[in-house]
Ligand binder design. Structure first.
Ligand code: PMP
Ligand code: GLU
Length: 401
């Protein structure tokens, strides 16, 4: 067997997707697994969107499209930004990609030179450091804490910035902590960013619709025209419209950045799958009642999982106010023994033992930069939440000193 590239040897597989695969495999073997693994809505894509995709196929939308997306799809994003954020952009500010994940990768590849730094507030989504490193960048973590609801402060940011800092990652509502930055908090961060002309901000706003209060969502680039010039905004239809498998996301930025990303995309994937663009347009511009009903259900689930979680002795956690994740701190349980007498000394060992003994799949926090935590996605039914949390409570109660 030939040697693999160093690039790929250094890379860790995505732990969110790995947990989900294990849970799926166990289920296929007949085990009754409760999966809080990958963050994807359990709802079906709304029927009007499915119909738009099917119709597009029947109408022959089965050929290559413009690399950055059809004019209509880019216009739909521009219209969405106007109606939702009152932000004026043109289709030339938009690239449609294979999920926000690929849009992010293109942005790292387009903007980062080897040796430049990604400033990464932790905990963070697992793919950010991997993508920055693939672009040759280095990663500097800015640690968040439970006490500050996992949000970074302007002082922390100022202290972290060096002449090599190229990108600050901001994810609000956040994966994996489920927290939302207020407008004032973002304004304070923006002030620091404006003092450092080489620093760009990647604002990952894919969970923008999934907010349950008290903070309202603020799109970072809307803070001022100067900040808009310094921001690449990422969004998509995966989470809000239950379309994770369609693989449709997009980025919004200054035109030269979009052109650079388009050049890369032209050599990587070409346009996204042709028939998915009319479906995306229907999602963004069609009736929104399905989203509103899903958001309501996510809010109820957020409240329920938080109540059940905080009732478990030894577990601490913040209330999720956005996205569909909860990130409990389980470190007080480290050092205890499971039913096999095995010491649980890390989040990874805790998660493995929980899956083995109770068939509950959670993602250990190590790859999110949160080694004292586990992450649960509550994009699953109330019934599964009740069942899974009951099993988690039993698991914790059965641990031995
Ligand atoms: N950003 C964050 C924070 C996410 O959790 C996800 C989930 N996969 C993505 C981006 C990418 O989503 P997608 O590629 O499905 O658009
Ligand atoms: N973003 C989701 C998660 O964090 C889906 C899996 C992935 O793409 O990482 O679980």
């Amino acid at each position: 067997m030939t040697e693999l590239s160093e690039r790929v040897l250094r890379l860790k597989p995505s732990s969110t997707l790995a947990v989900t695969t294990t849970a799926r495999e166990l289920r296929e073997q007949g085990y009754d697994v409760v999966s809080f693994g990958a963050g994807e809505p359990d709802f079906n894509t709304p029927e009007n969107i499915v119909e738009a995709g099917c119709q597009a196929l029947r109408q022959g939308k089965a050929r290559y499209e413009n690399v950055a997306g059809t004019p209509a799809a880019r216009q739909a994003v521009a219209d969405y930004f106007k109606s939702r954020f009152n932000r004026d952009i043109t289709p030339a500010n938009v690239i449609i990609s294979t999920g926000a994940k690929h849009a992010l990768y293109l942005a790292f590849m387009a903007l980062m030179n080897p040796g430049q730094e990604l400033l990464l507030p932790s905990p963070y989504w697992v793919s950010y450091p991997a993508q920055a490193q693939l672009a040759g960048g280095t990663v500097k973590e800015i640690p968040g804490s439970l006490e500050n609801n996992f949000k970074i402060t302007p002082d922390q940011l100022e202290e972290a910035i060096t002449p090599n800092s190229k990108v600050l990652m901001l994810c609000s509502p956040s994966n994996p902590a489920g927290v939302v930055y207020s407008r004032q908090e973002l304004e304070a961060i923006a002030e620091v960013v404006l003092r450092h002309p080489n620093l760009m901000v990647f604002a990952d706003e894919i969970y923008e619709r999934l907010v349950y209060g008290p903070e309202e969502f603020t799109s970072f680039a809307t803070l001022s025209p100067e900040i808009a010039q310094r921001t690449v905004t990422f969004n998509g239809v995966s989470k809000s419209y239950a379309m994770t498998g369609w693989r449709v996301g997009y980025a919004v930025a200054e035109e030269p950045i979009i052109k650079a990303m388009t050049k890369l995309q032209g050599h990587m994937t070409s346009s996204i799958t042709a028939c998915t663009m009319p479906a995306m347009i229907e999602a963004l511009t069609g009736p929104q009642d399905a989203v509103n009903s899903m958001v309501k259900q996510f809010a109820q689930r957020a409240a329920r999982i938080y109540d059940l979680m905080k009732a478990i002795p030894g577990i601490k956690c913040a209330r999720p106010t956005g996205a569909f994740y909860i990130l409990p701190d389980i470190s007080a349980l480290f050092g205890k023994k499971d039913a096999d007498g095995k010491d649980l000394n890390s989040a990874a060992e805790f998660a493995q033992s929980l899956l083995r003994h109770k068939y509950v799949a959670v993602v250990p926090g190590e790859d999110f930069g949160a080694p004292n935590h586990i992450r649960l996605s509550f994009a699953t039914s109330m019934e599964q939440i009740d069942k899974g949390l009951q099993r988690l409570a039993e698991f914790v109660a059965e641990l031995q000193p």
